[in-house]
Design a protein around this ligand. Structure first.
Ligand code: SP5
Ligand code: ZN
Length: 345
């Protein structure tokens, strides 16, 4: 399978995140993409550098004020105080219910809170560059589908599916899957399905398309009653307005069995089939792996082959975008298993 990879991902390399109130090393590391790249190369899958500028598509899935903030956030932070370029900014205050989010404060930390859903998405000097390269990969993949390619895999990081119209969160900054789906629509696909198989609900992607019938969002994930992102991903979220009926959440209990997971995958694929999608975007989180350090599903490496086989049977032009997955050394095998299952290798 043709794949996209950019060395720019190294530019996003925060040093730590918060976990139970303590500083811990980041789970979302540069090594993740490198393990996948290595395995792709070993197995003979060609790597290309993104060649399409996604900026015009990004403007259709994210607000201009959020993008302006993100692009200049590090510069603004570093300019505040000597030494900040060696320090990670974190939000400490958020505009929850009854507070105003229409007025952007001048204070940097207040702006960061306005544009963040959590304190778990650290920025570093090259976050914009890395995230933009991931969005460019998604747009580039769509161009290759237009040229007749059956499927393309984007080996990018940071991930994207928690990033909403105007916020970052869950290690995500720009929503690569949404960029792919929007670019497919712009390229002439009448109906696009996004299937999110990351352990965590793709709240950002759901929100971006919640009022639209032209992009179906389907997700299987850990039940948000107990699992991140907690505040979205329930089964009763089915879409609104023109989008009513075009959002399907299949929450599963943390710790559920592999057969139960595949039953949900089957229901997801049936819905995508009945939608008569023209193209598919897969938010490929690999944190469903049994050994994942922050997640509680039980997939084994061979289960990722079965996942790829089932997706291949949908018979659709497909863009895969890498999302989560924190058992870094296993990511290469698990990612390549999906794409080789898809190709029937
Ligand atoms: C893209 C993606 O997978 N983002 C996930 C972000 C999760 N951030 C919150 C992590 C909370 C981890 N709780 C783990 C409990 C393990 N003992
Ligand atoms: Zn995840």
């Amino acid at each position: 399978m043709l794949t996209f990879f950019s060395d720019s991902h190294h530019a996003h390399a925060p040093q730590y995140e918060f976990f139970r109130g303590e500083r811990v090393p980041c789970f979302e590391t540069p090594a993740r993409a490198e393990f996948v790249k290595t395995r792709l190369t070993e197995r003979g899958h060609a790597l290309r550098t993104p060649h399409v500028d996604s900026r015009a598509v990004l403007a259709k899935v994210h607000t201009s004020r959020y993008m302006a903030f993100l692009e200049h956030a590090w510069r603004d932070w570093a300019a505040l105080e000597a030494g900040n370029d060696q320090r990670q900014p974190f939000p400490s205050v958020w505009p929850v219910r009854t507070l105003r989010s229409d007025v952007e404060p001048a204070n940097f930390t207040a702006r960061l809170g306005l544009y963040s859903m959590d304190n778990g998405s650290p920025l570093s000097g090259g976050t914009w560059e890395a995230a933009k390269a991931g969005a460019d990969a998604a747009a580039s993949a769509v161009t290759l589908l237009g040229a007749g390619e059956r499927a393309v895999f984007c080996c990018s990081r940071p991930p994207g599916h928690h990033a909403g119209p105007d916020f970052m969160g869950g290690y995500c900054f720009l929503n690569n899957a949404a960029v792919a789906a929007q670019a497919l629509r712009d390229g002439g696909a009448a109906r696009v399905a996004v299937l999110d198989v990351d352990y965590h609900h793709g709240n950002g992607t759901q929100s971006i398309f919640y009022n639209r019938a032209d992009v179906l969002f389907v997700s299987l994930h850990g039940d948000p009653l107990t699992e991140y992102p907690f505040y979205l991903g329930h089964a009763d979220e089915t879409g609104e307005g023109e989008g009513a009926g075009f959002n399907l959440n299949l929450p599963l209990p943390a710790g559920c069995t592999v057969p139960r997971w595949f039953d949900a995958l089957e229901a997801a694929c049936q819905r995508i089939g009945s939608y008569r999608a023209d193209a598919l975007v897969v938010s490929l989180g690999l944190d469903t792996f049994a050994e994942d350090p922050i997640s509680k599903f039980a997939l084994q490496p061979q289960d990722f082959i079965r996942l790829g086989e089932r997706l291949g049977k949908l018979g659709l032009p497909t863009v895969f975008v890498l999302e989560g997955g924190y058992a870094a050394a296993a990511l290469g095998t698990n990612a390549v298993n999906v794409i080789e299952g898809f190709e029937g290798l």
